[in-house]
Design a protein. Structure first.
Length: 256
């Protein structure tokens, strides 16, 4: 049981170390955001190499994670192209001073690697368990994943189109899915991981697959997602008005 976990941990450690070196060379820690998704795909590939059993559940889990990772990484790379380092990482670099290289390695890259291992629990739960046929939970989990994936994708595209329109300069995005939730992209992200957790439940160690969805939901809602953006816009009159009628995370029903 410990073997697959050590394999995943070793690959993630090497990957995040290499990503940190690249970030230091480019003097831009934002690369860690685009590198988040591919780390999961590498972990899946390493698990397949360790135990090349292409059972339906393993293939389904890996395919969905690869779909999510490819979409998210492409979106982040396109969004960040030609832009300076994300304000969060720039603030850390300034605060840490000369200790920034070491502290960034520990508190950004290794920390995110550790979180990656926790979030990937649906993947490792499936690989830890014996091969099995697909079940009704796999179908339900796939449906939940696709719903969250679609919600996040549409929210990201709506926001990107809003930003590209020069007429919207300095205006908040409050239309489309952003009229139902102040952070619909984060809600979609959390939802798709709960779908992966449902898929893992049919496996012998499926209970462990719920750790990942719980962790990513907690971080998005209370640590690195919602709180930072809420703080960034706090005090703006248009933001305060937007807050009064739009839920922070879970979307309200259209027309409600």
């Amino acid at each position: 049981m410990i073997g697959p976990l050590l394999t995943a941990a070793g690959i993630v450690f090497l990957y995040m170390t290499g990503l940190c070196v690249l970030a230091l060379v480019r003097k831009n820690y934002s690369i860690v955001d685009a590198g988040w998704g591919p780390g999961f795909v590498l972990a899946a590939a390493a698990l397949f190499l360790r135990d090349p059993d292409f059972s339906p559940a393993r293939l389904l889990m890996t395919a969905l994670i690869t779909l999510w990772a490819a979409r998210l990484s492409f979106h982040i790379l396109r969004r960040n192209a030609g832009k300076p380092e994300d304000f969060r990482y720039a603030a850390m670099r300034k605060r840490w001073g000369k200790a920034a290289p070491l502290k960034s390695y520990i508190f950004i890259f290794l920390f995110q690697g550790a979180v990656m291992l926790l979030v990937s629990s649906p993947l490792t739960a499936v690989f830890l368990s014996p091969a099995r046929p697909l079940s009704i939970l796999d179908a339900a989990g796939t449906a939940v994943f696709l719903a969250g994936f679609l919600f996040e994708t549409v929210a990201d595209r709506q926001l990107a189109a809003h930003i590209r329109d020069s007429g919207n300069k300095k205006m908040l995005m409050t239309r489309g899915l952003w009229s139902l939730s102040r952070h619909p992209n984060h809600f979609g992200e959390a939802t798709l991981w709960w779908g992966l957790g449902l898929i893992a439940l049919s496996s012998r160690y499926g209970w462990a697959g719920l750790i990942g969805p719980a962790v990513i939901t907690f971080f998005l809602r209370f640590v690195s997602g919602v709180p930072l953006l809420e703080k960034k816009y706090a005090g703006r009159p248009d933001w305060e008005e937007y807050k009064k009628k739009t839920p922070v995370f879970f979307p309200r029903l259209p027309g409600a």
